[in-house]
Design a protein around this ligand. Structure first.
Ligand code: DHB
Length: 508
């Protein structure tokens, strides 16, 4: 099927280059997807099925390559495309911890293998990150400070779009998928398509001069809204400070100061619930509880066991629930670790119980008891109470590898100067690394479709981060599928049946 497309494409290449676009052809001529060697390969899926595909690997997606280890992409084409020339391209980033990622081959155990099995084209780009370096004139240069990892993904997308006539599938229908820092990148790519803020950088890199907008964004536990994440963390988890979190008096003081900044931020967002009611700091926790209740409720329906010691408040013997069949665990509870031997704790009777409320403080203490919380500040930690930089401090660092603060709060604490502020360049970098800044009603830069997941026991960032992202997108008119899967820790590419039925629903 795609061979046919190739033949047509080669005939039109000359016409495009010769057709008055000489600037474009000159600057990005070497970015054309032609004479790219390929090989045949296959994957054996967990089901035992063999998936055969054509692999095109190690393709540079910019002309001014700074870091040849990372600035390449791989493209994988299944034998039969699910929707012919309109087949979406599933683009998976393996960025984690804001580190560099190499272009990888598809894996039978994550969404890339599944995408090929389903008949989608797969692209796996590499990208620079906090730990990538090159040696120049005997000096070590850090190549992946923010926003460079994001720019690499955008350049990879531009490559696909620039070569849409040559590459099987449709670059108008790119679906980006990432987890954690990769989920943050997915949210950024999904919200900043063609925004002028990135243009100058992309021009210098020699990225193709075309669109970098995507069709859909899949964000697993996005570690994003970094310049508000510290206050969001303390505002939510402050209830555990003198309990399970065991903070020192100094840490509690920082936690309290950060938490105090959060209500103003929440109120500034002007978010609304599904009924159109304004969400403020005063009612926010009730809003959050609706997502956790939905999560617990779905888990119960799927036959999961929930101990009654973790703040889930149930109502027994709901009359209209009695006829429901007990089903085996599947969906979002599947594969999640169990809470202990069946019968060892009081648990729900799935035929007659439902969740009425959550004791949020109790539930948050439970989350903190499963995985110890980060200490305050959770993200911009460098130089506040300890010198150790976080991955975020590193990614906002400089080309010499010196970490940096990215909030006035932490900068002031590190410098012991209440009037210190981030310099202009840092303010800009922080701004263009936050997807929340680019989401507004019907914004042209924002992908139409969003799939956002954050595990109900994931404490790597506050629940406010994904909830605000999903709500702002929804309020702005975008199609959002958002859920906090029960009993899920910090992880991604789970429950692929759900993901791919959603993808099919937007691709069909
Ligand atoms: C990741 C996790 C974190 O807790 C964090 O602060 C940044 C990145 C990650 O898994 O990518």
């Amino acid at each position: 099927m795609h061979l046919h497309k190739f033949l047509i494409a080669s005939a039109t290449t000359a016409a495009i280059i010769g057709g008055g676009a000489s600037m474009q052809a000159k600057d990005t001529g070497s970015l054309r997807f032609d004479n790219i060697s390929s090989k045949q390969a296959s994957l054996t899926m967990p089901t035992g099925q063999t998936v055969e595909y054509t692999a095109y690997e190690g393709i540079f997606y910019v002309t001014n390559v700074e870091d040849s280890v990372y600035q390449t992409l791989n493209i994988y084409v299944p034998q039969t495309l699910k929707y012919g020339d309109a087949t979406p391209i599933f683009l998976r980033t393996y960025i984690g911890g804001y580190m560099a990622a190499t272009a990888k081959a598809p894996s039978a155990s994550d969404a890339t293998g599944r995408a090929l099995q389903e008949g989608y084209v797969v692209c796996i780009p590499g990208s620079r990150g906090a730990n990538s370096t090159v040696t120049r004139n005997g000096k070590t240069i850090y190549t992946g400070t923010a926003p460079n990892g994001l720019l690499d993904l955008k350049a990879a997308i531009r490559y696909l779009r620039y070569n849409d006539d040559l590459i099987p599938g449709s670059a108008e229908r790119i679906i980006i998928d990432g987890t954690s820092a990769g989920g943050a990148m997915s949210a950024l790519v999904g919200s900043t398509g063609d925004r002028p803020e990135y243009d100058g950088y992309l021009r210098k890199m020699g990225a193709a001069k075309t669109s970098d907008k995507v069709f859909a964004s899949v964000c697993y536990c996005p570690i994003t809204d970094l310049n508000h994440a510290d206050m969001e963390y303390e505002w939510l988890y402050g209830c555990t400070n003198t309990g399970v979190r065991h903070l020192s008096p100094d840490q509690i003081a920082i936690s309290d100061q950060l938490a105090a900044e959060c209500p103003g931020y929440i109120n500034s967002l002007g978010l609304k619930d599904d009924a159109g009611n304004l969400i403020t700091a005063d009612n926010y926790k009730d809003y959050l509880k609706t997502f956790l209740i939905a999560s617990a409720h779905k888990a119960l329906e799927e036959g999961c066991e929930i101990p009654d010691t973790i703040g889930i408040i149930r109502y027994v013997d709901r009359p209209d629930f009695g006829g429901r069949q007990m089903r085996p665990a599947n969906g979002d509870g599947r594969g999640a670790p169990s809470f202990g031997p069946a019968g060892s704790r009081p648990m729900f009777n799935n035929n007659s119980d439902f969740v009425t409320d959550i004791d949020l403080d109790k539930y948050l203490s439970y989350v903190a008891s499963v995985t110890p919380l980060k200490t305050p500040p959770a993200f911009d930690q460098y130089g506040v109470l300890i010198d150790t930089p976080t991955p975020e401090n590193n990614v906002f660092g400089n080309t010499e590898g010196t970490p940096a603060n990215f909030t006035d709060f932490s900068l002031r604490h590190r410098l012991h100067d209440d009037s210190a502020t981030l310099d202009k360049d840092m303010v800009k970098r922080v701004f263009i690394m936050n997807p929340m800044n680019f989401i507004s009603p019907d914004a042209a830069s924002v992908a139409g479709h969003w799939f956002i997941r954050h595990g109900a026991k994931d404490r790597d960032t506050s629940f406010l981060v994904p909830v605000n992202l999903a709500t702002k997108l929804k309020n702005s008119g975008f199609d959002v599928n958002f859920f906090l899967p029960w009993n899920r820790p910090h992880s991604g590419d789970y429950n692929l049946d759900d993901l791919f039925s959603w993808i099919d629903s937007i691709a069909r």
